[in-house]
Design a protein around this ligand. Structure first.
Ligand SMILES: CC(C)(COP(=O)(O)OP(=O)(O)OC[C@H]1O[C@@H](n2cnc3c(N)ncnc32)[C@H](O)[C@@H]1OP(=O)(O)O)[C@@H](O)C(=O)NCCC(=O)NCCS
Length: 261
């Protein structure tokens, strides 16, 4: 994309057309997420097929996709202890096919991503507004999300040894808003923290694959903080099991509830 968004960019949010999946996959997903975290294209197609109305796509005035939100619908009794993890709610495969409940009382924001050229102009805010409208149209009780504090990786690099994920999520600036950019943004949009989503995401890879990621993805960010435990500049960290040759990437997230009008 050779243009940047600005305050004059018109942003419209609608649903996905399956034909747009390859473009969004290559331009938004692959370019934004670390390679071990990119959802396979089949998962995205599955989500669009399983819960079409819950998959939101933001487009600019030229109808080019510039951001998206993946939403699942489940049943939840409102009790923190009964809230499952992101990976349990996504299901395996992560198409939502085994977890989507069309009569569920809860919408779950599973992932939000805005093209880097179009950040800071309210695309995420519009996606959240549309999620709220969807919730209100369907008489939903709870709009929640498993959110990824996107500056935690950098924070860990600046504060070696720091590992209290939830404490980081609850850290605020003088203005009372979270220090983390994405959590601050969400708070301004009516989010309050519920609890830590421990081991929200787990990915298992061979040690060869791990070494390949380490050599090719932000190589200067990788640090072995303890034997067989690696920070990589992302929210999660890697644990290597030398006996099985399995490298596991484990990432926590924070559950938040967004106020509905
Ligand atoms: C995090 C991310 C989704 C934010 O998207 P965005 O479209 O740039 O966000 P917005 O344009 O809606 O918000 C931009 C600014 O408006 C502010 N804002 C948003 N809603 C607001 C509101 N209701 N009232 C006042 N200010 C608001 C935000 O705090 C932010 O200001 P800041 O940068 O000074 O803190 C985007 O940066 C991104 O895709 N990052 C990579 C993927 C990622 O980390 N996703 C989140 C984890 S799933």
């Amino acid at each position: 994309m050779n243009e940047r968004g600005n305050q004059h960019t018109t942003v419209e949010v609608g649903n996905w057309d399956i034909q747009e999946v390859p473009y969004v996959y290559s331009e938004l997903c692959v370019k934004n997420w670390a390679p071990w975290m990119v959802a396979p294209m089949d998962s995205i197609i599955g989500r669009v097929n399983v819960f079409t109305e819950g998959q939101l796509l933001a487009r600019n005035e030229k109808k080019i996709p510039i951001g998206y939100a993946f939403i699942n619908q489940i049943n939840w009794n409102g009790q923190n202890q009964d809230l499952k993890s992101w990976r349990e709610i996504a299901g395996e495969p992560t198409t939502f096919e085994d977890t989507y409940s069309p009569d569920g009382n809860t919408l779950v924001l599973m992932s939000i991503n805005v093209h880097s050229d179009f950040r800071g102009i309210g695309v995420a805010r519009k996606l959240i507004e549309n999620a709220k409208s969807l919730a209100n149209r369907h008489d939903i009780d709870f709009l929640i999300g498993s959110f990824r504090p996107n500056q935690y990786g950098a924070f860990k690099i600046d504060n070696p040894g720091f590992s209290d994920f939830e404490a980081y999520c609850r850290m605020v600036k003088n203005d009372g808003l979270p220090i983390d950019e994405w959590l601050r943004n969400l708070t301004l949009n009516g989010m309050r923290i519920i609890k830590e989503d421990t081991e929200a995401m787990i990915g298992n890879f061979s040690v060869d694959e791990f070494n390949n990621f380490r050599a090719n993805y932000n190589p200067s960010s990788w640090v072995e903080t303890e034997p067989n435990i690696w920070e990589c500049g992302e929210v999660g960290r890697w644990i290597i099991d030398p006996n099985t040759n399995i490298a596991s990437y484990i990432e926590n997230a924070i559950w938040g509830q967004i106020e509905l009008n």
